[in-house]
Design a protein around this ligand. Sequence first.
Ligand SMILES: Cc1ncc(COP(=O)(O)O)c(C=O)c1O
Length: 478
Amino acid sequence: MLVFEKSRKGRRLSLLPECDVEVVLPEEKDKRKLALHMPELSENELSRHYTELAKKCHGVNDGFYPLGSCTMKYNPKINEDMAALKGFTDIHPLQPAHTVQGCMEVIKTAEEYLCGITGMERMTFQPAAGAHGEFTGLLLIKAYHESRGDKKRTKIIVPDSAHGTNPASAVMAGYSVVSIPSGSDGCVDLVKLKEAAGDDVAGLMLTNPNTVGLFDKNILEITRIIHECGGQCYYDGANLNAVMGMVRPGDMGFDVIHLNLHKTFSTPHGGGGPGSGPVGCKEHLAQFLPSVLVEGEEELSFVKPANSIGELKSFYGNFLVVVRALTYLMTLGKEGIPAASKGAVLNANYMMHKLKDCYTMAYEEVCMHEFVMSLSDLKKKTGVSAMDIAKGLLDNGIHPPTMYFPLIVDEALMIEPTETESKETLDGAADVFRKLYEIAQSDADKLHAAPVKTPVERLDEVEAARHPVLKYDFNREK
Ligand SMILES: Cc1ncc(COP(=O)(O)O)c(C=O)c1O
């Protein structure tokens, strides 16, 4: 039931303190023409409403959430405690710099740590998400070529396994996209890459490990080919969880990167809160960054580099996400960061090993932090699809893995257990996957009908995507 349906005229709760400033009403011309519809509830009704909604959702605090490519790991509560400190929350972005030096220090320290982990020189925290970071990074690449009078570079090379945001960002930055096929080993096809590399190529976008969970062993050759044709190399850092503290994108030959603080560096993401996709770059691109933090004689302040592409977001980006990320970095420290990556890789391989005698793995090799199964054979044999297995998982209290991605794997289920799950959780989840596999052979219809234990049963996803009902129709009340 929606909050508006529970609303009763005149019911009240007081959440806001008494107004202690002069009330200034808008002029007549600025007043709203229609009545403001606000739900009217008592405090306990409101509290129950949100508790009820929370119970209907599945989050990392409810159970296993192996959403490949999304790194839904547990976010330590200390991150929240730090982000809730009044010194961080009770500030205003227009405050003079000398009154928020502590916050600037947080950004500076986070920049130092993250540049150290990635092998970059400078970083901006403005982008609010990974895709926003990609767009920012591509603008840096564009500004670099233009500053050299090199206007013929109109293409960005993107492997066919890439996340959809990569080609989308390239197009938004004004480039055309050249898609490079992956070889049978899941890595970039070097022959095709060499064919595509030329003096019209502005750069390459790549994530390593890639979206099928494999570390591209030819990475140095790949970045060399791109540099040799005059292009720049962009690292999509969304999969850094597998390699942080172990290997640096800067050392792989990348010039510019983004990170997903809301994944790798442990901040609730998705519906859970704002994101942060900081962009780091090597020295030769730093002159194009949005405003960067500069340490003056007396204070830290933001200064726009001479050839800056301009600001990408108001003020300093989603600052409290940076506080959480820094807390996470400082808690784990130099030893804990690579240990987290090793745990992520170990857990993924453990689970892959537990499933590979029934499910078909898209690639047989040792995986990094995630692995992809293809349910193509199962579907042919039983009619049970990746979607059916995913829905069956919901009935067993497990959030489904990423489905039908990457696009190069038919009937894909992409599993990323993350390092924060115990052996018992992984064993329990593997048992559920195996049980569903057996049900697929014996009672396929049961899986076609799943889920049956969730607040809503199977939805028409196409209808929901094409015709979403996003606002309440107040006329219904009449
Ligand atoms: C490999 C990869 N690149 C880029 C992104 C985009 O990140 P965001 O969702 O923060 O825009 C994602 C998101 O899942 C991803 O998995």
